[in-house]
Design a protein around this ligand. Sequence first.
Ligand SMILES: C[S@@+](CC[C@H](N)C(=O)[O-])C[C@H]1O[C@@H](n2cnc3c(N)ncnc32)[C@H](O)[C@@H]1O
Length: 264
Amino acid sequence: MQKITKNKIKDLYKLANDKKFRDLSGEFIVEGLKICKDLIKKKYSICYIVISVSFIKNKKNEKILDFLNSSGVLIFEILDKDFIKISSLENSQGILCVAKKKECKDLESVLKQNNPFFVLFDGIQDPGNMGTIIRTLIAFGIKNLFTINNSVDIYNPKVTRSSVGTVLDVNVLELDKIILNKLKKKGFKFLVSSLNETKKKNIKQIKIIGQNTIIFGNEGNGVSKEVIDIADDFFYIPMKNKVESLNVTVSVAITLYEFLRGEK
Ligand SMILES: C[S@@+](CC[C@H](N)C(=O)[O-])C[C@H]1O[C@@H](n2cnc3c(N)ncnc32)[C@H](O)[C@@H]1O
């Protein structure tokens, strides 16, 4: 175990807060004991682990410290006051891991995979929502996810945290209007969840035939004009009692359940 340097603390701060730095370094932070242990067990590409002084001093952590030390992973000790500056949690456990981002598969190879359909997220901003969406997708067997219009970075520590480790299993690709139009020319259908369009259909009337992309919109504004322009169909999940809308994560879960019903 080594004492952490000032420069490493600066890097950690940037990894926690700066998407550009995460992109350049190809690294990201995951926080919490369980996920750090899982990464080691899954032999995921780990750069180093950082543990706080109070984590080390806590008698309850003796066994886990033995496990970490025997894993061969580089470990840095950090003062609690510095750990708090990096952590995205109010009550952190005092352990985090810096891991290498996965190489994302390119669009062509993703399109060749046998997917029941694709999912596209249009400007999702809330990290908690994005993490929960990823967890839900993985639970339904969907490993590829498309984003457009600056959706929150999936390697944001709050996303990795709320994805409960599933972020490591997902392949994410940022698309744009040009790519959407190319997909449309290839015969892709775009099914857009929306409450605002007059032509919208009840989700029960939608049939998934051929290659489809299901689209979900931003928490405040719904789907963007680019998406409305390429839509083949709009659908909604019926709601009672004049509720304005569902949380996007909830609508993802209901939609996937509805469209995957009957799949084994
Ligand atoms: C909180 S809603 C956005 C509400 C926004 N005020 C609007 O006008 O669309 C975020 C996203 O969740 C999905 N969503 C929410 N309620 C839904 C429903 N009842 N049926 C289908 N999708 C829904 C849509 O994708 C929507 O863009």
